[in-house]
Design a protein around this ligand. Structure first.
Ligand SMILES: [Fe+2]
Length: 475
């Protein structure tokens, strides 16, 4: 009953929100100063014991969710790279051995970063795992997703531009109360590049300890933002993404990608495509070729929900980063419309914004059709760059609100996408401040392939005929 009620309210809300005029929220928020949490704060505590594994994080390890990559750092010596795991707490039937590496960034010397693949897991199962380090071993757990199936329910969290301020902590704590099962992370992790020299590496370490309370227990699917580039010629560090790629890993080979920076996974009923705004993507580049192929591999009969992640939003009406997504829009928007992508999440702009289903694919530099128009095949574009980093909020929206913008507000928060079945998902943007609940953004997302269309009617008819036949046989 409660679910039914929620759906009715949501449908009503969505009909309001899809009306003519977009909403610019007038919510007055409170916030902590946009400065990083001091290094000696307990959120950055180093676990006790010699060479204790720290900065523990997991991510999906394969294409379909039957593998997990466990990553961590040992500070004093390499250690064993071994993870013991099993479905009964304290009784570990399996052991996997990973690899480790370390590196320098200016004069900063990193700890030993380990990546260990746990494969052949059962779906929908709770696993306990222990990272081996003698007396300092540490234990955690995670739950694998259901098997890939068109009606598999799953709740994703969406977080972007998190950083390590008290606002970031508030976002993380709010997210952890949401009941979501995995995070789609939209880039800009630590903001360590706001520091200089050895402090860059130090702040990459503190961020990973800060988020461990979530990342050790559920997968975060990573995408890279500009704060991952770390191009710092003044101290001789000119290898892009050096810190990020040493520390964070993705299952890119499983989706035939040539780079950890862009890849794809299937999880429950969703096919998630992760793109990199800061790697080449124009026609004939590796990322362009890969996306072309990957979109062809999407099977909406198996994974009805097609979700794309990128750092720079293609539709944004904030003064901050205005038009920065135009180059990727020019490269990929046509494909997103053609393939009926359900939703595209981006970060980068430190505010929240959602678009209507619009496209600008008719525009070209010699045509007169220069404005986005309503387009039922187009994705919804949602910017969730409001994790709460030290750069603060992007509070200046362009006026008047463009027609394509449905809802926008400069507050810190996160989103959840609660997929119920092949046709419906409940989307919610959660502002950190308690405020009034009605001003946050909530609606039912209908699936672009199955929802409200002929396939759904056909499916219903098929089920109806099946049940009539079953009744006849039973009688
Ligand atoms: Fe960014």
């Amino acid at each position: 009953m409660e679910m039914h009620h929620l759906l009715i309210v949501s449908v009503f809300l969505s009909s309001l929100l899809y009306g003519d005029a977009g909403i610019t929220s007038s919510f007055v928020r409170s916030e902590w100063p946009a400065v990083d949490i001091p290094l000696d704060h307990h959120v950055f505590n180093v676990p006790k014991g010699y060479n204790a594994p720290q900065q523990v994080r997991i991510t999906q390890g394969d294409y379909d969710g039957k593998a997990v990559i466990v990553s961590w750092v040992t500070p004093d010596e390499p250690g064993s790279s071994k993870v013991h795991y099993g479905s009964v707490q304290g009784k570990y039937d399996f052991v996997a051995k990973g690899t480790y590496s370390n590196y320098t960034f200016y004069k900063y010397k990193s700890g030993y970063t380990h990546h260990c693949l746990l494969s052949g897991l059962e779906h929908d199962t709770k696993y306990y795992y222990k990272i081996e380090s003698g007396e300092s071993s540490r234990e955690f757990w995670f739950v694998t997703p259901p098997a890939v199936h068109p009606d598999a329910a799953y709740k994703f969290g969406i977080i972007g531009d998190l950083g390590q301020t008290f606002n970031s902590l508030s976002t993380l704590e709010h997210y952890m109360q949401s009941g979501a099962q995995a995070v789609l992370f939209l880039g800009d992790l630590s903001y360590a590049d706001r520091y200089k020299y050895n402090d860059v590496g130090v702040r990459w370490d503190t961020w990973a300890r800060f988020v461990e309370r979530s990342t050790a227990y559920q997968p975060w699917l990573w995408s890279a933002g500009n704060h991952e580039v770390d191009y710092m010629p003044y101290m001789g560090e000119v290898t892009p993404f050096k810190n990020y790629l040493e520390r964070y890993t993705t299952p890119y080979l499983a989706s035939k990608s040539s780079s950890p920076l862009w890849y794809s996974v299937r999880r429950a009923s969703a096919h998630i495509i992760v793109l990199c705004s800061y790697s080449p993507f124009v026609k004939y580049t590796a990322q362009w070729h890969w996306l072309d192929e990957e979109l062809k591999r999407v099977d909406r009969e198996k994974t009805p929900w097609l979700i794309v992640l990128m750092h720079v939003p293609m539709y944004n009406s904030n003064e901050a980063h205005f038009m920065e997504g135009e180059s990727m829009r020019a490269a990929f928007e046509e494909w997103f419309v053609e393939h009926k992508v359900d939703v595209i999440f981006a970060g980068h702009v430190h505010a929240y914004e959602r678009s209507y289903r619009i496209s600008n694919v008719r525009y070209n530099i010699s045509s007169g059709d220069r404005y986005p128009v309503p387009d039922k095949s187009a994705p919804v574009y949602i910017t969730v760059g409001d994790g709460g980093n030290q750069e603060g909020l992007a509070a200046r929206f362009r006026e008047p609100q463009p027609d394509y913008s449905a809802f926008r507000e400069a507050s810190y928060g996160h989103s959840t996408l609660d997929i119920k079945n092949r046709t419906h998902a409940i989307y919610h943007w959660n502002r950190n401040d308690d405020g009034k609940k009605v001003a946050t953004d909530e609606f039912v997302l209908y699936n672009q392939y199955w929802g409200k269309n002929i396939r759904r009617r056909k499916l219903k008819k098929k089920h109806y005929i099946k049940s009539v036949v079953a009744d006849l046989i039973a009688n």
